[in-house]
Write a protein that binds this ligand. Structure first.
Ligand code: NAD
Ligand code: WQD
Length: 334
């Protein structure tokens, strides 16, 4: 089985993907500078799979250090999760985001080229669709228009860079995966989303409210043109998302291929709260709040291309995600 280099492998999605890679027999090494994660998560991976990947604590912008890793090991595939991802922070510190995400990716691509590694899977985001007339997003839609923050721009720009590299090199295979809203964690509750700092996304905030670390969830916008007035998103269980990477790894082909990874179903903020309350058996303190600037009413994936071409579709539900989140919360500080 080929050896896989996972950048950002101590992060939320990376660690779950490593579990699935191990389950399929892949050998995995990790590069992460630990700016938004902890090395101990790999102990959790070992508890689940019986294998611990080697961690290189390296910043992907450090060309020399990255080069050293590529010269010591032979990789068949790189899965590239490493990047900064906090939308508001990217508005405050645009240069940091462009530098980290874009320079880091260019370094990585240069190392891959120099060492004859031709396959990469990249973590993109539904954010590249920017503002669209329709709520159901498919891969044929125009991207890069109406993106409201530098984080989203970095994802769009990296996609363009990858497409150009694929055009220049007939051996190069890249699969761009556009994630919708990942939630949940491994069913064991051993690993889960544990970001450094104050959370900004809905589920990590719900987790903090459940733990009493934040007094209440602000429901941001109750006057959207949706059935219950709150925003609708496509929440995908992170284990389904991780399995999407295995499907992508098994279907790599020359050129650039792009897939949405989502469930195809939208869920409102109020429905998320109700699902969490059902799973926990307790009321979650909530308060109505104004819309968040830049938010849209409703988006969800058309995941049919991934189903057709990668033979992948989601299997887990929002209720599964809530159950698994509670398991994680019962043994971790949110
Ligand atoms: P995460 O922050 O948990 O993981 C990213 C990891 O990358 C972290 O461990 C961090 O320490 C590492 N990292 C960042 N910059 C680095 C650098 N210069 N060198 C080495 N390591 C570096 O985030 P996640 O939720 O697991 O997301 C993984 C990827 O998926 C990111 O690229 C993110 O933009 C993308 N994505 C995430 C979401 C989401 O909602 N979680 C949605 C769409 C796309
Ligand atoms: C979900 C819903 C909020 C917080 C962001 C990024 C996107 C992607 C995923 C990486 C919305 C509502 C939230 C709160 C709330 N990341 N909400 N109260 O905005 O869909 O996407 O994360 O690529 O790029 O933009 O996710 O989890 O922040 O919000 O009511 O305290 O929850 O308004 O409807 P979003 P989110």
């Amino acid at each position: 089985m080929e050896r896989v280099l996972v950048t950002g492998g101590t992060g939320f999605i990376g660690s779950h993907t490593i579990v699935e890679l191990h389950n399929k027999g892949y050998e995995v090494d990790v590069v992460d500078n630990l700016c938004n994660s902890k090395a101990e998560i790999l102990d959790g991976v070992e508890k689940i799979t019986g294998k611990k990947p080697e961690l290189f604590k390296v910043d992907i912008r450090d060309k020399e250090a990255l080069e050293k890793i590529f010269s010591e090991r032979r990789y068949g595939l790189v899965i590239h999760f490493a990047g900064l991802k906090a939308v508001p922070e990217s508005i405050e510190k645009p240069l940091e985001y462009y530098e980290n995400n874009i320079s880091g990716t260019i370094n990585l691509l240069e190392c891959m080229k120099e060492h004859g590694v031709h396959k990469i899977i990249f973590s993109s985001s539904a954010t590249v669709y920017g503002t669209q007339e329709k709520s159901k997003l498919d891969e044929t839609m125009v991207t890069g228009q109406g993106i409201t923050n530098p984080y989203g721009e970095t994802k769009y720009m990296i996609e363009e860079i990858l497409k150009d590299v694929a055009d220049s090199d007939p051996e190069f295979s890249c699969t761009i995966l556009r994630y919708f809203n990942p939630i949940g964690n491994h069913e064991s509750g051993i690993i889960g989303e544990d970001p450094n700092g104050i959370p900004l996304n809905l589920m990590p905030i719900i987790m903090k409210v459940a733990k009493g670390k934040i007094p209440q969830l602000q429901i941001c916008g109750t006057d959207y043109p949706t059935p219950d007035g709150t925003g609708i998103r496509d929440y995908i269980h992170v284990v389904d998302l991780a399995k999407g990477h295995i499907a992508a790894a098994e279907h790599m082909k020359p050129g650039a291929s792009i897939y949405n990874l989502g469930t195809g179903r939208g869920t409102s903020v109020r429905e998320m709260v109700t699902a969490f309350e059902k799973a926990s058996g307790k009321a979650l303190p909530c308060v109505e709040a104004p819309r968040r600037p830049g938010d849209i009413a409703e988006v969800y994936a058309d995941p049919s291309k991934a189903e057709r071409e990668l033979n992948w579709k989601t299997e887990l539900t929002i209720d599964d995600a809530m159950r698994d989140t509670l398991k994680f919360l019962s043994s971790h500080e949110a």
